[in-house]
Write a protein that binds this ligand. Structure first.
Ligand code: PLP
Length: 368
């Protein structure tokens, strides 16, 4: 390989450039592109409302403060996720309570959260990790019985669906990320989706300085400001025009990796589909079940060959930022996944030859 292999990154065409240029000419005096995107993105998810935010982390924080999450409350989160799912809980003064994930779909479940529910539990943030989705039907039942709100973090799951329902349709509210590495991107960016009109109105109020609807320069509450720019809105509209194409490219990358690993002499789970579930394949990720396999040495060895691999999400409560929130439960699946999992290059520019090159080198590592 004589070109450098990229881990991930955007797909930018003339279409995005044309829309951005148009925004530059006529888009400084309104939120026209933001509003267009919000309407179309909500519709795409069969949701009633959408609010764009500067990033997904802010969308989560916005939803939590709209819910009134506060000091003394607990919010259950999976060990296996990115800090963006969890840090906003700490901004409110509430306590994140980490629970284990399942070995087969890497997500929390009604079984793993059940032991963590207390009288202080107000919400669960279920994360669609690497595009996989938990069994929301079971989660909904358990949470309804315990009066707990479900929040869906679909930051990694654009294009995934469970029993025909798109990721982003679950929970009182759901969130997406348009970070530069994600399936559709606005550089940084995020969105909150909901079907609840009062909740939407509260989030909209909290997103823009707590202004009075009648008198925009009258401030009713001192709140956050999490407004997106129209520039982000224009980019989001352009990427949304290409959403099906972009998801198909990601799924084709996963399919090529899968065909290279199928039939080989090792057990693995890959970000694949099953009868009830389709994975949007933001980033093809692989868990190798061989006793001897160790992700950190493989990452080092392939880096020498110019192949960038990303480690699986490290259990959050094992990191310095979250040691104060470590609980007594044994989140052993999350520990095991971290040792056995790797994310493979999933950039839009990857061609089949490069995917085969990466697969060959990886296979040598796994079966050696
Ligand atoms: C599962 C998950 N949640 C939240 C976030 C935070 O997204 P953002 O970077 O847009 O704030 C990410 C980002 O990578 C993520 O993967």
């Amino acid at each position: 390989m004589n070109h450098s292999i990229k881990m991930c990154g955007p797909s930018i065409t003339q279409h995005e450039k044309n829309i951005i240029l148009k925004m530059m000419d006529d888009g400084w005096d309104s939120y026209q592109y933001v509003e267009e995107f919000e309407e179309r993105f909500a519709k795409w998810h069969d949701r009633r409302f959408c609010l764009m935010t500067p990033c997904c982390t802010h969308a989560i924080h916005l939803g939590l403060i709209a819910l009134g999450i506060n000091i003394g409350d607990e919010v259950i989160v999976p060990e296996t996720t990115w800090t963006g799912s969890v840090a906003p809980i700490t901004y409110t003064g509430a306590r994140p309570v980490f629970c284990d994930v399942e070995k087969d779909n890497w997500c929390l479940s009604s079984d793993t959260i059940n032991t963590q529910i207390t009288s202080k539990t107000k919400a669960v943030i279920a994360v669609d990790i690497y595009g996989f989705m938990p069994d929301y039907m079971k989660l909904e039942k358990l949470c309804a019985e315990n009066n707990i709100v479900i929040i869906e973090d679909a930051a990694e799951a654009l294009g995934s669906s469970l029993r025909g329902i798109r990721a982003g349709k679950f929970g009182l509210f759901s969130v997406h990320s348009f970070h530069r590495t994600k399936t559709i991107t606005t550089g940084e960016g995020g969105a909150l989706l909901t079907d609840d009109e009062n909740f939407y109105k509260r989030c909209k109020f909290l997103r823009d300085h707590g202004r009075s609807a009648e008198q925009p320069y009258l401030i009713l509450e001192a709140t956050t400001k999490y407004m997106p720019s129209n520039l982000m809105g224009a980019m989001a509209c352009a990427q949304l025009d290409r959403i099906n194409e972009l998801i198909s490219i990601k799924q084709a990358i996963r399919d090529r990796y899968l065909s290279n690993f199928e039939g080989q002499d090792f057990d693995f789970t890959l970000t694949s589909d099953n009868t009830n579930f389709v994975n949007g394949c933001w980033a093809t990720t692989l868990v190798i079940e061989n006793e001897a396999f160790n992700s950190s040495s493989t990452i080092k060895n392939l880096a020498f060959k110019g192949i960038p691999l990303r480690p699986f999400f490290r259990p959050l409560s094992s990191m310095p930022a979250y040691t104060n929130y470590k609980n007594k439960s044994n989140n052993s699946n999350s520990d095991w996944l971290f040792k056995k999992g790797i994310t493979l290059p999933s950039h839009y520019e990857l061609d089949n030859n490069t995917i085969d090159y990466i697969s060959d080198h990886l296979l040598k590592e796994i079966v050696s």
